[in-house]
Write a protein that binds this ligand. Sequence first.
Ligand SMILES: Nc1ncnc2c1ncn2[C@@H]1O[C@H](COP(=O)(O)OP(=O)(O)O)[C@@H](O)[C@H]1O
Ligand SMILES: [Mg+2]
Length: 234
Amino acid sequence: MLSISNVSAGYGSFRALFGVSLEVKAGESVAVIGPNGAGKTTLLRAISKLIDLTGGEVTMEGRSLRQVAPHKVIATGIAHVPENRRLFPRLTVEENLKMGSFPVSSRTRFPEKRKFVFDLFPRLEERRNQLAGTLSGGEQQMCAIGRALMSGPKLLLLDEPSAGLAPVVVQSIMQMVKRICAEGYTVLIVEQNIRQVLKVVDRAYLLETGRIKSSGTAAELLASAEIRKAYLGI
Ligand SMILES: Nc1ncnc2c1ncn2[C@@H]1O[C@H](COP(=O)(O)OP(=O)(O)O)[C@@H](O)[C@H]1O
Ligand SMILES: [Mg+2]
């Protein structure tokens, strides 16, 4: 579904990604794991065209995104849940969801999408009239994911959904990721919380200082001596 080949990108003269290649097939959940500063957020920004590539190519369902305007990326079926959620804090949960259904094609299907999101996250339905800024961290993450789902995407990009959440909340967010995949969405998730994310995805890539260092199934990476020693402390 998504193919990233030899992508380089950065900020001004600073290079954050060096020839990154990876593949996400339809129906798969794939993680990009790596430490703080590895380039995970930059990779998602490059896919969404929030920053320009300096080399390489991203294709979605066989179509290059090179000529796609940044605001049209969503129309290709890619929804991005950014770092730190970026909700509209002074709008209610329901209003935030409505903002997510902005693309014309999904606006008409608002009631159906809304029902899907509320079935997935019953807590959001209970809190639908609450201002998003007053939700707990875990609820805000649900609202951000819910808002992204309102555009009716095929591929969901998740940037560190577990950041800043208590361990028990992290577990429930990861279970939701699993559930979203089970519902037929394709997911690319970037995470520093390697142990938890490898429990729910199919495959993963390890990104270090802007380069893919290894890849494999979640089970292979969990068993890898390199990853156990450097990131899992065992
Ligand atoms: N807006 C920016 N301007 C300049 N450098 C940035 C910017 N955002 C990130 N960087 C740098 O790019 C590198 C990768 O950052 P990032 O993609 O945010 O990593 P991660 O998400 O894995 O923590 C880091 O060295 C970071 O300091
Ligand atoms: Mg990041």
